[in-house]
Design a protein around this ligand. Sequence first.
Ligand code: GLN
Length: 563
Amino acid sequence: MAKHIFVTGGVVSGLGKGLTASSLGTLLRTRGLRVTMQKLDPYINVDPGTMNPFEHGEVFVTNDGGETDLDLGHYERFIDVELTRESNATSGSIYLSVLSAERRGEYLGKTVQVIPHITDEIKRRIARLATEDVDVVITEVGGTVGDIEILPFLEAIRQFRLDVGRDNVFYLHVTLVPFIGPSHELKTKPTQHSVTELRSRGIQPDAIVLRSESPVTDELKRKISDLCDVGPRSVVNAPDARSLYEIPLVLHDEGLDDVVCSHLGIGLDRVAELGTWRALVGRVEAADVPVRIGIVGKYVSLPDAYLSVVESLNHAGFAAGARIEVEWIQAEEVEGLLVGARLAGLDGVVIPGGFGPRGVEGMVTAARWTREQQVPCLGLCLGLQVMTIEYARAVLGMEGANSSEFDPSTSYPVIDLMEAQRGVTDKGGTMRLGAYVAQLQSGSQVAEAYGSTVVSERHRHRFEFNPRFRSRFDDGWFTCSGQSPDERLVEFIELRGHPFWLGTQAHPEFKSRPERPAPLFREFVRAALAQRCGSTDGEAASGEAAGGGAAEAADPVAELARR
Ligand code: GLN
């Protein structure tokens, strides 16, 4: 029977509860346990798919097409499993199930109530992850203890322990120990209040993780242990880490996995085998050649909106020995005469996913600059579409070419709504979502990067490269190097004679792992590193050659990037 760990948060949001839960998952996995994870989100949206990234950060897409909370990205990266949409439940999705059952008459005339009907549905969502092949289910409860919306979730996880037995459940509470500058003191009171609030809901934490700016003393831990009635070994400290991948090591040194395993009576015959993880952290620290990557997007004031993109760049950096310095560039600012100045000094540019017209012209300008300057450029979903628009306008003479998403009356809709999307009116969960296979052209840069001609990546889009215009792009330089198996959808594009000018309709950032960077990110960062190291000097084909049909130039940088 699977064991359950519930992770709650107190004091403030944004404490790194998801990272703490993920790090614990890593530790249990390295003790040989089979771990899965889920997030319960108290908000009313059925899923984050319709939420503005400014409000909620990135929408993480699972293989089965779930549009989920960004914490699932941390879970996948830390415990190295592929989760499904079942790993994320919101109040909205829970109410939707209950209300649909009510409309079908399944409550047989009963009054439908938060307790027991909503709480029962929450418990069902938790229990369904406890399949036979799982030893431990880690469930993170979003929000903060004390929120109104969190109450049914706390009640459900309280009851859950009664249902499955005391020894099968562990409650972990993550709180903040703030440092008050003028008095030079770390304060325990917020933690005490938050634990009191949790206990008032019938939940006594089995361990507390104290988040703090700098390490807390043993004396302070003892004080919290006394006041919160939690054993002294079970009060652990996670001060701000230099890198997120260091957190599992910090929690292990604090003894958290021992405390959890002793309580649940699992994994006691094994110690955590952290050799590989330590080696990873060693590589993270050793990666010191700075590489400047510009991310040109519309949500750049909230970096969480591109969380998996940044992590994928970092993973690629760890592998290449490069320290990624992200330059956040608001797309609307990349216009006019100052473009060169705004982008100068970048070793590579990423044009990430996005929706709506704002900022698109700036992205087109950035794509042009990278093509002409021979600077590596990686386009992700909207990024591929923008690169296609740029090339159509500047090289193929299709003035005003655009996506019909941004200019429905353009004469050259080189990007257009997918056939399957016509007539779709509902916004939530209706895009082309989840994993799809693509066939790559053998010998192409993408095929070389993946080391295969058949790949699967996750998607989230409604528009596509318009097949009507495909032959116009056959100029010997622009290459549609990957397509869907039925040959309808263009999935990858690249440019011959350029070190790295490559776009994908997919989101490869969702599958990158700290140990195994996503192939396109790995090659992109290598190309950017080569750019940094100055190996492009006068050797690569010029931007004009790339568009003008000149004989193919020898391209040592692309060669280097491929290796
Ligand atoms: N807005 C574009 C589309 O729907 C791109 C989507 C994305 O970048 N995820 O096709």
